[in-house]
Design a protein around this ligand. Structure first.
Ligand code: MN
Length: 280
């Protein structure tokens, strides 16, 4: 699983460094999948999602011929299969390499929610606790940014957190990208009640999807869609992030994209092969 995560991580980093305004979603998808294959993966572990700008609002948008444009964010959800095991990684970054102030505010909020949930992972914790940590962070952060919203969907049409993050926080990961494990313990009715134990692997992937035409959303944030996803293993005392090398902080993303842009101007290219440290 670590090797699968490593290949996935390198493909994401390579894709980020290849991304530029004027390339299409399918072009970025095929570049990422090329890096999967080059490094010995059997292929993608699910259909790669590359979604520029508004397309990010569709949760399972498949890469289309749409052109990635200056000023847009691009959401990339891609993982590979290695020796039968899946990785599942999402990164969101600015097509032109520089976050706008509004994009950055939403991005850093999703990142804070993801990191808060990950930091709470240890044996004995249950999913509903992780969900609450994520939701609390998002809810408070959005209020600070001027959103008026309710916690859960209710009648009356008021904006709710459920409207902005319409999917779960994560899922088990293993031989399948959405692996089994929902109801396999006596007395456990669903994933939310299952205590974590060492060796379990799952994703943590909060997102915010702010529709361009939803007037309940503060105008400056409309059209911004962000998801961030890493692969987490429960250890004896806490957690390990299998995908921690995939560029994620605003500083890392902006620096690496600027570096890649300079390299391409000089005719260079970034096509990494994963270092062999985790080779079986
Ligand atoms: Mn996932």
């Amino acid at each position: 699983m670590q090797r699968s995560a490593d290949i996935g991580t390198h493909a994401h980093n390579a894709g980020l460094m290849q991304c530029h305004a004027g390339m299409s979603e399918v072009e970025l998808r095929s570049f990422i999948e090329h890096v999967f294959l080059l490094n010995g993966a059997a292929g993608p572990s699910y259909t790669t999602i590359v979604a520029g700008g508004e397309n990010g609002n569709c949760l399972h948008h498949l890469a289309s011929p749409d052109i990635l444009r200056d000023g847009q964010l691009v959401l990339v959800d891609a993982g590979c299969e290695f020796a039968g095991y899946a990785s599942d990684i999402t990164r969101t970054y600015p097509v032109n390499g520089k976050f706008s102030p509004a994009q950055r505010e939403i991005y850093e909020l999703v990142l804070a929610a993801q990191e808060a949930a990950i930091q709470a992972v240890k044996p004995g914790v249950v999913w509903s606790q992780l969900n609450k940590i994520c939701d609390d962070t998002l809810f408070q952060g959005l209020e600070k940014l001027g959103f008026q919203l309710t916690r859960t969907k209710e009648a009356g049409g008021k904006l709710s957190l459920d409207d902005l993050m319409p999917h779960g926080l994560g899922h088990w990961l293993g031989l399948d990208v959405h692996d089994v494990g929902e109801k396999t313990l006596p007395g456990v009715r669903n994933k939310n009640e299952r205590p974590l134990s060492p060796g379990m692997v799952f994703t943590v992937e909060p997102g915010l999807y702010l529709k361009a035409d939803d007037e309940r959303i503060p105008a400056r944030y409309r059209g911004i869609n962000v998801r961030i996803e890493d692969n987490i293993r429960v250890t004896d005392s806490g957690y390990a992030v299998l995908t921690s090398a995939a560029f994620k902080s605003v500083a890392d993303i902006e620096q690496m994209m600027e570096y890649a842009l300079g390299m391409r101007r000089e005719g260079g290219d970034y096509m990494p092969v994963v270092p062999a440290k985790h080779k079986p």
